[in-house]
Structure formats: C-alpha cells, structure tokens
Design a protein around this ligand. Structure first.
Ligand SMILES: [Zn+2]
Length: 280
C-alpha cells in the first residue's frame, strides 16, 4: 500500500498471549470469548505488528515488538515466540538491513512495543538500529523512568537506556507534525503520552492503533483494556477520534490483532464498528 510519499509494509515481530480478562476490562468473558480463541490459562493469542514506512529519504519503523531479550520463564508466562520473526531478518526479505532504518517511532515504552529497540551483545543491551533516531513523547519518557507500582513490570529500561546514553533518542513535547504526511495523535488514557502516527496524503489516511485500538475488537467504545491507567480517558479519546476517522474513510492499523492487520470503519445503530479488513 502507498500513502503519499510512503510505501507501507506490515511486519509481524512476535506472537505472544495475554490474559483475556485484562485485554477486555469490564467486558464479560461471555462476550469477548466470542471474538477470539482462549487457551486453558485464559490467555488470548496476540501478535506484535510493526509498520514499515519507506520513502526516498527515510525508512521508518513504528514500534519494534517484544524483541528477543526474554528469559525462558518470561517467554512461558507470555507465550512469546520470537525466533521466526526477528525484525532485522524480516527487513532483509524487503531488501533492507537494520542499518538502513533512519527512524523508529515509539508509540510508548511498554515492553511489547519497544523490546526490539535493543538486543544483548556481550551481556549488555545495544541498539538494533544503529543509525536510527528513536522518537518518544516527553510525558511517556518521564513516566517510563519513574513508573508506578501498576506500570513497573511493563517499563523495562533495557529497551531504551542505551539509546539515551548514545544520544539516539529524540524527546518530543506534544509536537503534532513529525515528517511530511505523518502527524501524531497523542493520547493519554492507556498511559501518558502515547503517540499514534497518522499517515495521510489528504486522500487516504491510516492511523496506527497502538494500544488505543490494539485489536479490531477494541473499536466499540466500552471495550477498553484493564491495563489502561485511565480507562475513562481512553473512552473519551475513542469517542473523539472514531468519528473523525470514519468521516475520512480512514484505515485503523492493529498492532496486536492476530487476524486483522487493519480495517475500515462503518456506522451502525450500535455506534461505529470495524468493517472490511485491509491487508497491508
Ligand atoms: Zn501499552
């Protein structure tokens, strides 16, 4: 798919699984279990999906998935399967190397979004994309570096500390325009300072759903994750963003949906829902 200056390619970077109850908050299992398969430990299968944007001047990644720094125990808890999906290998299939990446837009610093930023070399984390600038919002940067008891297990500094040490990190202060044809929708309900890239050429528009719309099932307003720090704020953000996306006939891209890569929206008497799936 091409939007404006960019060729878009979706890349799965890992499969993993999280507790279904946590993924759907107050929605009862009788409803959410119709949307997705559940294993014997109540986990639902998910993916981490990166979006690659290629223009003449830039090779941009949006988020980098779980990465490969996991212990056997954590791999088991989260059912993480990463070996077939290592990002530099996937890039090779598209004629790119890790060195070609110019920019990594980090929606937020939770481990399943930025684990692929770094890898271990000689016992220490090193950047996976040595020539890239990594972009993050200041509110999320501050929170990640002093997380609450609720957040602590999700913010792992091994995914970003070395980038800051090497001067590879650019911290944004609510800027809305990043590059030509890429603006940032900044939302706070899931975690402070989550930035969701919106790629648009005025004709076609795609929003990277991040953890505001992790799966297609999260489009209806009350379907909000228990992971969200401020669920009422997520609800308000969804209510504000969805009609604007519908009006533009925009596409939402799903970072965590194992089936739907992206979809369009439709209006029904029950509100705005996901309609036809789009393959990217
Ligand atoms: Zn998150």
């Amino acid at each position: 798919m091409q939007i404006g200056a960019y060729k878009l390619t979706s890349l799965v970077t890992s499969t993993f699984a999280l507790d279904g109850g946590a993924m759907f908050g107050v929605i009862p299992k009788t409803l959410w279990s119709r949307q997705t398969e559940v294993d014997e430990l109540n986990r639902i299968n998910m993916v981490t999906r990166t979006l690659l944007l290629e223009s003449k001047d830039r090779k941009i990644l949006i988020d980098t998935g779980n990465g490969d720094k996991w212990s056997a125990r954590k791999r088991e808890i989260f059912k993480i399967e990463m070996d077939p999906y290592i990002l530099p290998n996937s890039l090779k299939h598209h004629g790119l190397s890790a060195e070609d990446i110019t920019d990594v837009i980090c929606t937020h610093l939770h481990f399943d979004h930025v684990g692929g930023n770094t890898r271990i070399e000689d016992g220490r984390p090193v950047p996976v994309f040595p020539n890239a600038t990594y972009w993050i919002q200041s509110e999320n940067w501050k929170l990640a570096n002093s997380p609450s008891e609720k957040d602590r297990a999700s913010y792992l500094s091994e995914n970003w500390a070395v980038l800051a040490e090497n001067g590879m990190l650019e911290i944004l202060n609510s800027e809305r325009e990043l590059f030509d044809d890429i603006r940032l929708e900044i939302v706070h309900g899931h975690t402070l300072g989550q930035q969701l890239p919106v790629i648009t050429d005025g004709n076609q528009t795609l929003m990277y759903g991040g953890d505001l719309f992790p799966m297609k099932a999260h489009i209806p307003i009350p379907w909000v994750m228990a992971y969200d720090n401020e669920p009422m704020r997520s609800i308000a953000e969804k209510k504000s963003i969805l009609p604007k996306l519908l009006e533009r006939d925009a596409i939402i891209f799903f970072e965590h949906d194992p089936e739907a890569i992206a979809c369009k929206l439709g209006a029904t008497e029950k509100g705005i829902v996901g309609s036809e799936n789009i393959v990217i």
